[in-house]
Ligand binder design. Structure first.
Ligand code: BTN
Length: 260
């Protein structure tokens, strides 16, 4: 019954009825949605989108910038009934796969996922994802999933590694249409997280990893550079890198940086 209020079923495909809060400006859609979730019993799938973020947040305390009205900056609320903490990485896998599949549908070329969840087009970053989980006892009760997707921007000052959908295809996109594609695809992939599909999600994610099985240069926490080959992802969501001495080592997000 609950699902019926959220979704329309059309020929075996679930289309999410999007519940969107549109704001002209806000510090960060993730911060706003997290605060809202403390006061209200938010419905699964609520989205907050803004034209302008004044304090957009990225991973590991970074800043997220985008030009007002040219790109998408939004956050989605996902409720889980009781997701074990061990399956936390499944959320990362599902969100990245959802964004990737929407971009494929929109015919954006060269899409891959740079661990943990930078969405790349060829060698450049097209979108960033910031997932913030809420816990109850020892399960994950909900997630706020923030997505910054460069859509129609054509200039990225001091960000030589950034690109946009428009720069890739020459097309000027309708932001509402892109939002619908991306958020529906993410919600559909997220259904797999609680559906006992963890290992399949992980293997699907591993298939789309940026620079998998290629020699890349990494820098560890001590600032040492080394050559390694991305082999896959552990069940905890750590990256598995084969070092030059052929040992397989795993790293958490803060422990490693890919240089090229
Ligand atoms: C990253 O690549 O570092 C993650 C960037 C995430 C940016 C999005 S924009 C919408 C949402 N609100 C935020 O403050 N951050 C996320």
């Amino acid at each position: 019954m609950f699902l019926e209020t959220l979704c329309e079923r059309i020929s075996n495909t679930i289309f999410y009825q999007l519940k969107i809060i549109k704001l002209n400006a806000i510090d960060s859609t993730n911060t706003y949605l997290k605060e809202l979730g403390k006061d209200l019993m938010l419905e699964d799938g609520v989205i907050v989108i803004t034209k302008k973020q004044t304090k957009g947040r990225g991973q590991m305390g970074a800043h997220w910038q985008s030009k007002s009205g040219e790109s998408l900056t939004f956050s989605m609320f996902k409720r889980f009934s009781s997701l074990p903490i061990e399956h936390q990485a499944g959320i990362t896998f599902a969100v990245a796969l959802g964004v990737k599949s929407a971009l494929k549908k929109l015919q954006i070329p060269g899409i891959s996922v740079k661990w943990p969840n930078d969405i790349m087009s060829y060698q450049k970053k097209l979108a960033g994802i910031l997932i913030e989980n809420q816990f109850k006892s020892n399960v994950i009760s909900s997630s706020v999933i923030g997505i910054g997707l460069n859509v129609n921007e054509t200039k990225f000052e001091n960000l030589p590694q950034a690109t946009s959908m428009r720069l890739n295809t020459g097309v000027v996109y309708n932001l509402d249409e892109v939002l619908t594609e991306v958020s529906e695809a993410v919600m559909i992939e997220l259904q797999r997280v609680e559906g006992g599909d963890f290992l399949k999600l992980k293997s699907d994610y591993e298939k789309v990893l940026f620079r998998k099985n290629k020699v890349s240069v990494f820098e560890n926490e001590a600032g040492q550079q080394f050559n390694g080959i991305i082999k896959g992802i552990s069940e905890e969501g750590f990256i598995l890198i084969e070092a030059e001495n052929e040992t397989l080592q795993q790293f958490r997000l803060k422990e490693i940086k890919m240089l090229f």
